[in-house]
Ligand binder design. Structure first.
Ligand code: NAD
Length: 267
């Protein structure tokens, strides 16, 4: 199976923490050069770059808020000036601002939609513009370019108390599928990885104590909380020629969380 990303150039948004960091390292281990995008926490971004270099890979950190058009465009310009083009975009940056719906301020609704959905729009648009400008590079990949969107099981499972987040991920699902449909004939592949519960700072309180972890495991048929490496492997697969016939797919990496675990006794 061809999982090599040798010679390819990847950009991972929000790559100085959690899943983004794990994905950046997995792509680098598969041979890609990786832009480690960050918006706050420069030290951690530089540490990820250094850890990738220490493992024999190539990376550079670029600051940009993915919800800001000018900053996203400047980030892509810098990457393309440095490395010539982009082959793989991973739209990972995301956040939560949780409220009971009737208490949710408009600003927190907007912030989550701006980062989680508009951020993916802005980065995908720049990537697709560059794939089309560059043209095919069959020595690197069968596809003209690949986009992997970090979605969530909550593009499928409703989530009380997190309506802004679930709405943003539901939006990512149909943005991803519509983009896949629009650009399949140009050989641009667009897919999503939909993580279940993965141990990262975003959901720290859900697994930080043994009691919290036991409660979380009731939702996971496979009886293990996920780790960032689980998502790194799935992302390398979707970015590589091993998945060349896949586009418009939601790949759930969730230990069975989307299998309606409440029905495991027959309902
Ligand atoms: P995290 O908080 O560790 O990482 C989020 C990253 O996004 C950070 O690097 C943060 O700085 C960055 N970010 C936030 N706003 C940004 C902006 N405006 N511009 C650029 N970067 C920005 O959380 P994580 O769990 O690693 O989450 C990564 C992605 O995975 C998110 O899209 C999240 O919704 C998704 N996800 C996570 C889980 C999980 O269980 N951890 C489950 C499903 C989906």
């Amino acid at each position: 199976m061809d999982l090599s990303l040798e010679g390819q150039r990847a950009l991972v948004t929000g790559a100085n923490s959690g899943i983004g960091e794990g994905v950046a390292k997995a792509l680098a281990a598969a041979g890609a050069k990786v832009v480690v995008n960050w918006v706050s926490g420069e030290e951690r971004a530089e540490a990820v770059v250094a850890e990738i270099a220490a493992a024999g890979g190539t990376a550079m950190a670029i600051r940009a808020d993915v919800s800001k058009e000018d900053q996203v465009q400047a980030m892509f310009r810098r990457m393309i000036e440095a490395w010539g083009s982009i082959d793989i975009l991973v739209n990972n940056a995301g956040l939560q601002r949780d409220f009971a719906f009737h208490e949710m301020p408009l600003a927190d609704w907007r912030l989550v939609l701006d980062v989680n959905l508009t951020g993916q729009f802005l980065c995908s648009r720049e990537a697709i513009r560059e794939f089309l400008r560059r043209g095919p590079a069959p020595e690197l990949s069968a596809a003209l370019g690949k986009i992997v969107c970090m979605s969530s099981v909550h593009d499928l499972i409703p989530w009380a108390g997190h309506v802004n987040y679930a709405a943003s991920k539901g939006g990512v699902m149909l943005m991803m599928k519509s983009l896949a449909q629009e650009y399949a004939s140009r050989r641009i592949r667009v897919n999503s990885v939909c993580p279940g519960a993965i141990k990262t700072p975003i959901n720290h309180e859900a697994w930080a104590t043994p009691e919290a972890e036991t409660s979380l495991l009731r939702l996971i048929p496979y009886k293990r909380v996920g780790v960032v490496e689980d998502i790194g492997k799935a992302t390398v697969f979707l970015a590589s020629d091993a998945s060349d016939y896949m586009t418009g797919v939601n790949l759930y990496v969730d230990g069975g969380m989307t299998l309606y675990p409440g029905f495991d006794m027959g309902g």
